[in-house]
Structures are given as C-alpha cells and as structure tokens.
Ligand binder design. Structure first.
Ligand code: CA
Ligand code: CA
Length: 454
C-alpha cells in the first residue's frame, strides 16, 4: 500500500497545472485508480528513443518532450485541449519549442468546432464552392484534359485553406504525443514541419479525410483525384520517432467513395509521409491497415536539397491490406528490416518503390501474399538504379513460407534491371536482426497501438 500512496502523490505533483484539483486533493488509493495516466504511461511518456534505434537515434538522438515541466504535461480529450497543450494557437504552435508531453485520452476529432460540436465539410466550404458545381465545370468532356482554373478552383483552394486551419494540427519541436489506452486521433493531420525532436506513440489515426480533393487530369493516363491530408506529415524536421501507432481509414474506406470522371474520388493521402528535406526518422512497430498510399519518402525528383536527406528506418511494422508506397523512396538511405507485409490482390500496386537516387536496404522482411500477388511485382522502379535486398521470405496462398530473392525475381521479369548494392550498410540498429521466419510471430500480434504496457 505504501507504494500506491507514493505513486499517487507523485502523479498528482507531476500533473500539476493540468489537474489542479487532483494535485490539491489528499493522495489516496482511490485517487490513484481514477487518474487516467498510469504509472507505466507516465514512464512511457518520458521515454526517449533507445540508443542506436534507427536513423532517429543518430547524433543527439530523439527525446521528444522527455524533460517537460509539470505545466507542460497535459492530458487532452478534445481538439481544443490538444491545440492548447501544443502551445495555445494552432497558427503558431509549430514554433513552440518548450518541451511538452501530451497524453491523448479517448477520441480527439479534427472536425470538432470551437464549442466541440462537429463540423461538416459544408461548414468548411467557401461560399462559392460546391462539389456539384466543380464536377459540372471541370468535367473533361466540357473543360478538356486541362488543370482546373478560374473562380471555382479558387473557391476550392480557399475551402482547403479553411480545412487546413481546422484539421491540420501543427506540432512544435521537443514534443511527445502519446495515447492512453484506446486513444484515437480522427479526421486530422499531425503536421511536423520545421519541428525537430518529436515522438508520436500509441495512437490510432483514423480517416484523415480531405473535404475538397483536387482533380488532376494529367496525373496518370486517365487523371486522378488527389487529397492533401496525410495522417502524419514530417517536413523540414529531424529526429522524429513514430512508434506503436495504428493507421486506418476507419469506417470511411476508399472502397466506399464514389467515382467522378471515371476515377475514384480519393479523399485520403499518406499515412506517414517524410518530405521536403526531412531526415532522421525511425518508424517502429506501427500497424498500417486497409489503406492505399502509405509512406512517401521524398516528394520530388528534383536533384536539390533532398540529396543527403530523407534518412528513415522502418522496422517491425505491419503492412496489412495496403496498396502502395510501403515505402516509396527518393534520395534517402532507408533501412527496411523485420517488417511484416500481408498483401492481397485487391487493388494492390507495389510494396517497395525504388525512386530517383534512392538507397533502400531491405533485410529480413516477411511477405504473406494472396495467391494473385506475384513476388516479382513487390518492387517498382520509379527511376532508381539499385537496392540491397536480402533475407526475404514469402508465403504465397497456402504454400509454405520460403526464402525468395525479390530482386532476382524482379529483374527476371522487368527491364532495366536494378542493381544489387544500395551503396551503404545500416549501423543504427538497436538489436540484431530477427530471423525472417520469426517476423510474423512477433510483428503480427505486437505491432500497432494498444500493445504497449500503458
Ligand atoms: Ca502526402
Ligand atoms: Ca530484366
């Protein structure tokens, strides 16, 4: 009992300004049981990225908000509380570098309005925009295969700006955001832009939808609808650790969207995009499920400021029923080891995108494939020249799992061939690489939110 009493007292002190009533109350066992932040959650909230755990461990490592004061250690249950905990003003929070730890309790929705009432897409639309008018104006049969322009497109862009102010949550440097059990961030984007040293853990990201997708008539052979909201965007930032999260479209899957101009109306973008010279990112033990575009590392083929950047480590992640960019890489030295892929043929495009000047090091990953997915199609050449690939196992349909040389399979059926040497060897790995056969046994049950002892 003595330990419980001490724990309750310390928790009350740590919560400080976030829970003044609790801090003022006498410590008791009953108090400890009603506090949403358990001892273990308190410990995990202050945890830094372990040494050598991927690219985010380079140099100074990644500590997030580990040194946060009691005043900047908060529990949030709404969008307004999240914005307040990040510094108070979404328009300027990206520059709030004070260390901060934010525990998310329950569901926080990006579409919550000022009085916590839910906003609709119509509430965010510019008065001059409707989808019906947009469809009528820019139908290729009327407008041609030309990029939309004019007053209606300008009204769409103003609508996007409205939504961005509402659903894009800007995160500053030296921040840890960690979910308590069952925590969900729905309909929002965590934007980590010019914000070094950020940790995001144990959160379920649900349906970061775009109310105002853009029609891009020259994207692909038949045009495409494109959304602009990722679940997490990392830009112009270093030392970011994304660990034990789940990424899903929830009850708003792409399969439920309509078709316009003969193309799917795409309201979703990436799960975790690392672009615009960002670097030193570790993504570990995440679960990506039932989504299309997952992880874009580098968004431009321009040989410029991204060169020498975009260094990312992906380990022990589960890619489950997802379609493409697992990841897609330009320029970066990207270490992909001990991940589990469960892929079926329904809409699947490719796993590893080998882009311009990319340097993928792909080791001991396990692919559980539907019988319709050819292992030779797991790689896609987006203008790259080589990757290092070894230790891959594939289990296809009901056949037993077996080692497969993915690169040889790819080269046997595609031209030009990709080379076998990415030109670097990862050194930032915390533990020895697991034998591939063990990957499904560990990653299957343990990747994703609500698996940490919190
Ligand atoms: Ca994106
Ligand atoms: Ca070939």
């Amino acid at each position: 009992m003595r330990r419980m009493f001490t724990g309750a007292t310390v928790i009350a002190l740590l919560l400080g300004a976030a829970a003044p009533a609790a801090a003022a109350a006498p410590a008791s066992d009953a108090h400890a049981t009603t506090d949403p932040v358990s001892w273990s959650a308190r410990h995990l909230g202050r945890q830094a990225l372990p040494e050598r755990d991927g690219w985010a461990a380079e140099g100074t490592g990644t500590t997030g908000g580990a040194t946060a004061s009691p005043e900047r250690t908060r529990v949030v249950r709404s969008r307004a509380e999240l914005v307040a905990a990040l510094g108070g003003d979404n328009a300027s929070n990206a520059t709030d570098a004070t260390p901060k730890i934010i525990y998310v309790d329950g569901a926080v929705d990006g579409f919550e309005g000022p009085d916590d009432t839910p906003l609709s897409c119509a509430d965010l639309a510019d008065p001059a925009y409707t989808l019906d008018a947009y469809l009528a104006a820019y139908d290729p049969a009327v407008w041609g295969r030309v990029t939309p322009a004019g007053p209606l497109e300008e009204a769409r862009v103003r609508s996007v700006a409205n939504q961005t102010r509402q659903t894009q949550i800007n995160v500053g440097p030296n921040t840890t955001i960690i979910g308590l059990r069952g925590a969900r961030l729905t309909g929002l984007t965590l934007m980590i832009d010019r914000a070094p040293n950020v940790i995001v853990r144990n959160l379920t990201f649900v349906d970061a939808r775009d109310c105002f997708p853009a029609w891009s008539p020259t994207d692909g052979e038949a045009g495409n609808w494109n959304s602009q909201y990722d679940q997490i965007s990392v830009r112009r930032s270093e030392h970011v650790w994304v660990d034990h999260n789940t990424f899903t479209d929830g009850d708003n899957p792409d399969s439920a969207q309509p078709t316009h101009f003969g193309r799917p109306y795409q309201v979703h973008d990436g799960s975790l995009d690392v672009t615009h010279t960002a670097s030193l990112v570790t993504a570990s033990w995440n679960r990506f499920t039932g989504r299309d575009k997952l992880m874009l590392i580098g968004s431009s083929n321009t040989v410029g400021p991204d060169v020498g950047r975009l260094k990312v480590t992906l380990h022990h992640n589960l890619f489950d029923g997802v379609l493409q960019r697992l990841p897609r890489v330009r320029f970066g030295q990207v270490d992909v080891y001990n991940n589990l892929y469960r892929l079926d043929g329904d809409g699947f495009q490719y796993a590893l995108g080998v882009g311009v000047q990319s340097a993928l090091y792909v080791q001991n990953n396990f692919f559980a494939l539907d019988a319709t997915v050819d292992p030779a199609d797991l790689l896609y050449d987006w203008g790259g020249t080589a990757l290092t690939e070894r230790g891959t196992w594939v289990r296809q349909g009901s056949a037993p799992a077996r080692p497969v040389d993915l690169l040889a399979a790819y080269n046997a059926t595609h031209d030009p061939d990709l080379g076998a040497d990415a030109g670097w060897t990862p050194t930032l790995r915390r533990d020895p690489v697991l034998p591939t056969a063990l990957v499904p046994l560990l990653v299957g049950p343990l990747a994703g939110a609500d698996r940490l002892p919190i």
